[in-house]
Design a protein around this ligand. Structure first.
Ligand code: SF4
Length: 229
């Protein structure tokens, strides 16, 4: 990409309200980049920037934008793929069956491990803020666009660790092609923040996934002890 084309692309993103480009692309060193994340960025500012967003096609089918929920100073942040029907209805992440399982996993595992932790103590959000039709996987361009808000959220919260739930969230954050079975159980990094990948709770709800359940509990234990010990 020529320096001029890159400058135009960055200005286009800036006009859309995107102040920080995390996309992994080679940046020629002789280019002066536009300003990045606004100083003192907060969840409130990010939510205000999203507004009544129509930046990608997912806006067409949504009822409510599902921004995120939990402690804005959380030491641990969970990131899922996108809202489902219940989330779209209520405007809150992980409130359906998968959400109930996530709550059980967080609170049950921490109680067993002697860590006093409630769901409200962590932060929970998704890569895309609007429900994809028929709960399909978000398209790469939708994740690229909405992911800018996710990255600003994570930068504003600055958790001690991030837990990506499922392959889609892992790929969106880490930028690779590997799925959850390859990535889970090991520490990765996003912007110097340790990141663990584990199964999405909706996958664990399927009856034949006993091994995945056990592995998921192991992953979560690792995360909880790393963050709260
Ligand atoms: S998914 Fe994100 S970028 Fe797309 S319309 Fe919703 S808020 Fe905007």
């Amino acid at each position: 990409m020529s320096p001029e084309a890159l400058r135009q692309q960055l200005e286009y993103y800036r006009d859309l309200g995107i102040k920080q480009i995390y996309r992994r692309m080679p940046i020629p060193t002789d280019i002066e980049l536009p300003s990045l994340v606004p100083a003192g960025d907060t969840l409130e500012l990010i939510r205000a920037d999203i507004g009544d967003c129509t930046r990608c096609r997912l806006c067409k089918g949504r009822n409510k934008i599902v921004f995120g929920d939990g402690n804005p100073n959380a030491r641990l942040a969970f990131v899922g793929e996108g809202p489902g029907a219940d989330e779209d209805e209520q405007g809150l992440p992980f409130v359906g069956r998968a959400g109930q399982l996530l709550t059980q996993m967080i609170e049950g595992t921490s109680a067993k491990e002697g860590i006093p932790l409630k769901r409200a103590d962590v932060y929970i959000c998704n890569v895309v803020k609007c429900r994809p039709p028929e709960n399909r996987t978000p398209e790469p361009d939708e994740m690229e666009m909405c992911g800018q808000f996710l990255f600003r959220q994570l930068s504003a919260i600055k958790p001690k660790a991030i837990c990506a739930l499922g392959s889609t969230a892992a790929k969106a954050i880490l930028g690779g092609k590997d799925g959850v079975t390859k990535l889970r159980g090991k520490w990765h990094k996003w912007n110097d923040i340790p990141l663990m990948v584990t199964y999405h709770p909706s996958y664990l709800l399927r009856p034949y996934n006993q091994n995945a359940k056990r592995e998921s509990w192991e992953d979560l234990k690792k995360v909880l002890h790393f963050v709260y010990d």
